[in-house]
Design a protein around this ligand. Structure first.
Ligand code: AP5
Length: 238
């Protein structure tokens, strides 16, 4: 893991099951920046029965999106924490055109104010077809304690059903039921696809083939971040 270098904001986009959580953890470790997963934060709120969790629970259970204002307030408080100063990786946010517009305004007004600019977000879209997504989500198992992600088909735990890292019993996410997955994919097409178009129109989008092996996808993402962060440094100097 490296430390000290400014990476800036990294955004990982892609449909449910594309591998955002898997890859965001690798990026976080490799570049020493925090992973901010709106899905994980919301699930944690649901598990702890907070006000936000109570509002989000049924919506998430149906595979729909939690209202923008709730999610943006949640992200704002997280991004104001000290560990985000050198950069962070967002996984699962922004997910609507309104969230993307909000994030641009937030980054412009708050994160960089009075600090060395570390550039516009590096936006990476993981491309995976829907048949593969359905296959991956049917086999996904997660650790409720440390968040490690497994797949009973492609990346099983060493001992079936038990986390390699901390021995917790692995769980199946409630929204991985096939009918809910289909709704999540419909919501992705209608509400999140425009976010990809938004960043493409701003010439900020990098596309990575998410169908490759996990390690190959990690290598491709790291190369994009290195290239984009390097280019931003040159622009800042000139
Ligand atoms: P969230 O938790 O963000 O779910 P998602 O976007 O649907 O994405 P997933 O977590 O299902 O998949 P992933 O891309 O992270 O894939 P993973 O790495 O696990 O959101 C859940 C809900 O919260 C939403 O429906 C909504 O209600 C709410 N929410 C969250 N953010 C919100 C927002 N911004 N606004 C409003 N509401 C919001 O991988 C999947 C499986 O594939 C794993 O088993 C893994 O081992 C395997 N795998 C990964 N990579 C590979 C590979 N290269 N080859 C083979 N297998 C692989």
């Amino acid at each position: 893991m490296e430390s000290g270098r400014n990476i800036g904001p990294v955004i990982l986009l892609g449909p449910p099951g594309a591998g955002k959580g898997t890859q965001a953890k690798v990026v976080a470790r490799r570049f020493g920046i925090p992973q901010i997963s709106t899905g994980d934060i919301l699930r944690d709120n649901v598990a702890h029965g907070t006000d936000l969790g109570l509002q989000a629970k049924a919506i998430m259970g149906r595979g729909e999106l939690v209202p923008d204002n709730l999610v943006c307030d949640m992200v704002a408080s997280r991004l104001r924490e000290a560990d985000c100063e050198r950069g962070f990786i967002l996984d699962g946010f922004p997910r609507t055109a309104a969230q993307a517009g909000w994030l641009d305004a937030f980054l412009e007004s708050e994160v960089y104010e009075g600090k060395e600019r570390c550039g516009a977000p590096i936006v990476i879209s993981l491309k995976v077809d829907y048949n593969e997504v359905l296959r991956r989500l049917a086999g996904r198992r997660s650790c409720p304690t440390c968040g490690q992600i497994y797949n009973s088909n492609s990346h099983p735990a060493q001992v079936r059903g038990v986390c390699d890292k901390d021995g917790s019993e692995l769980i199946v996410r409630k929204d991985d039921r096939e009918d809910v997955v289909r709704e999540r994919l419909r919501v992705y097409e209608n509400q999140t696809r425009p976010v990809i178009d938004y960043y493409r129109s701003k010439d900020r989008l990098y596309e990575v083939d998410g169908l490759k092996e996990v390690e190959e996808v990690s290598r491709d993402i790291a190369a994009v971040i290195e290239q984009a962060a390097g280019m931003q440094k040159q622009i800042a100097r000139s």
